[in-house]
Write a protein that binds this ligand. Sequence first.
Ligand code: PAF
Length: 290
Amino acid sequence: MLIARTREDLQAAGATGSVLVPTMGALHAGHGALMRLAREHAGPAGRVSVSIFVNPTQFNEAADFDRYPRTLEADCRVCEHAGVDVVFAPSPGVMYPAGEDVPVGTLPAVATAPGLEDAFRPGHFAGVCQVVRRLFALVRPGAAVFGEKDWQQLQVIRAMTEGEGLGVRIVPAPTIREPDGLAMSSRNTLLDGPSRARAPVISRALSEAGRTPDPGAAERAMARILADGGLTPEYAVVRDGATLGAWVPGRQGRALIAARLGGVRLIDNAPWPGPDRADAHGGSPMGPLP
Ligand code: PAF
């Protein structure tokens, strides 16, 4: 496994055309699944690259950026173990060179209209689009894997990549969960004991929404379960799975939650209706989005 720090290192390492897993490090089993999926898409002879960069431009609060876990040595061991070919761990100066404008591009509607992450984290998707475009320009991957846990981010990156014709295939990766249902996230390490014990309430709220055929009732069920569990929801909604606008019958829906727990902000989502309501509005809830 090669560790690249610069564009020149990347070229020498043969990262062009690889399947890229963009990350901010603090790698956990969920990332391991992204890397395995990347390997499947690359094939045994193809190359898998992982980028590790805590991107300052996508954080809304300086304190959140400062306390984001940074574990590069351990991350490299995880990548090595997962059979990754190239780790790209650039400095901020390589990503955002002084005096060079790194464009954000035009944000797609799904990055600004839904009133979800876009409203609660103003500027976040501008930073995500900026860093992902930059990573694509430096690594020049053939495909890139993004987790479904950050559902709105996945739709934003899909829309940006298609809209700008960036020529990178976007591969979605299912969310990996702890045995108690909590979606794996680097932020989970910030939860103290009591908060960690309460956190699975989020996936329980999503499951209950999935069993509730009316979207308004599903939203009310999620709000009640979160409040009863001591979480403070920012949103708990049912939306169109692709546009994240209002859900209309016949379209694939998605239930999405952002909630605060013990000072930590957690997000999660699930297909709506859920698997045991596959017949509720036609179509399979686990199938591809329209
Ligand atoms: O999902 C993440 O970890 C980040 O938003 C990403 C895509 C690596 C961009 O910094």
